[in-house]
Design a protein around this ligand. Structure first.
Ligand code: SF4
Ligand code: F3S
Length: 265
C-alpha cells in the first residue's frame, strides 16, 4: 500500500447523522491514520477537513477538474429529492446537484451506511423529504456498505481493496461486498448454540438474560440480517450488539427502520 500513489478522495455528506464518519475514524485494521496520511489524499470531507466555506468548496471543485475520472467518491447520507432538493443544500446547491456532478467524474463510488445505500430512517414512512439512496440517482455502479453505521474495519477494508487492486470487491445482488455481507449475523453468532438448543431470553432481567441465552424471543433480527458484526466485531474487535446483551435490529438491511417493532417484549 505504501508504494501506491495517494489517489484523491472526496467524501460528501448529505442527510445523515455522521455516524459513518464516527465509525470510520475508529478503524484499526489498518489504523485510520495510516489510511488518511499515507494511502489516500482526502481532499474534501465536511467533518474532518480544516478548510471551510469557499476554500473547502474550491478544494472539492479543483479535485473534480484536475482528477476527472480518477478520484474516489465516498457518500454519507441519503439524498432528498423532494421540494426540488431544498431539504439538503450545501453551499447553496442541492445534495442531488452536488452528487450528480461529483459522481460523473468519479472512478469509483462508495455509499457509506444505510442512508446512502437504502435511505435509512430519513426514508421512514411516509418519507417526507423523498430521501433516496444514491444508486438510484447516478448512472454508474455503487459499492454499498450498509449498516447504521457500517463497521469501521469493513469501511477501511473496502477502501484498501480499491487501492490495492484498482477495482472494487466482489458484490452481491444488492451491491454489497460479499466478503462482509455474505453471511447472516445468526450464522456467526456465538449465542447460536442456545438458539439451536431452544434456550432463550424471555425477559430482559430473567435467568436466560443473565446466562447469555439467545435473544430471538426479544426480537433479535440476526436470522434475517447479513453483516460481519459477529466476525469482525466493533471498537477494535471488542464486542457487538448481541454480545452487549441487545438483539440485532438489522441495521445493515434495507427497510429495517420500518420493520417494527424492534422489541418483542
Ligand atoms: Fe441468532 Fe440473535 Fe440468537 Fe444470535 S442472539 S443466535 S443472532 S437469534
Ligand atoms: Fe447492526 Fe445487527 Fe450488527 S443491529 S451492528 S447488523 S448486530
Amino acid at each position: 500500500l505504501e508504494k501506491k500513489s495517494r489517489p484523491p478522495v472526496l467524501w460528501l455528506h448529505f442527510q445523515e447523522c455522521t455516524c459513518c464518519s464516527e465509525s470510520f475514524i475508529r478503524a484499526s485494521h489498518p489504523v485510520v491514520a495510516d489510511i488518511l496520511l499515507d494511502a489516500i489524499s482526502l481532499d474534501y470531507t465536511e467533518t474532518l477537513q480544516a478548510a471551510a466555506g469557499h476554500q473547502a468548496e474550491k478544494c472539492r471543485d479543483d479535485t473534480m477538474k484536475k482528477y476527472a475520472g480518477k478520484y474516489i467518491l465516498l457518500v454519507e447520507g441519503s439524498v432528498p429529492t423532494g421540494a426540488d432538493g431544498a431539504y439538503c443544500c450545501v453551499g447553496g446547491r442541492s445534495a442531488q446537484d452536488i452528487l450528480k456532478e461529483a459522481a460523473a467524474g468519479a472512478a469509483a463510488v462508495i455509499a457509506w451506511g444505510n442512508c446512502a445505500s437504502y435511505g435509512c430512517v430519513q426514508a421512514a414512512k411516509p418519507n417526507p423529504t423523498d430521501a433516496t439512496p444514491i444508486h438510484k440517482l447516478i448512472g454508474k455502479p455503487v459499492i454499498n456498505v450498509p449498516g447504521c453505521p457500517p463497521i469501521a474495519d469493513v469501511m477501511a477494508a473496502v477502501i484498501v481493496h480499491l487501492l490495492l487492486f484498482g477495482r472494487g470487491p466482489e458484490l452481491d445482488a444488492q451491491g454489497r461486498p460479499r466478503e462482509f455481507y455474505g453471511r447472516r449475523v445468526h450464522d456467526t453468532c456465538y449465542r447460536r448454540p442456545y438458539y439451536d438448543a431452544g434456550m432463550f431470553v424471555d425477559a430482559w432481567d430473567d435467568e436466560g438474560a443473565r446466562k447469555g441465552y439467545c435473544l430471538f424471543h426479544m426480537g433479535c433480527r440476526g436470522p434475517v440480517t447479513y453483516n460481519a458484526c459477529a466476525v469482525t466485531k466493533w471498537n477494535q474487535s471488542t464486542s457487538y450488539p448481541i454480545q452487549s446483551g441487545h438483539g440485532c435490529i438489522g441495521c445493515s438491511e434495507n427497510g429495517f427502520w420500518d420493520a417494527s417493532p424492534f422489541y418483542r417484549h
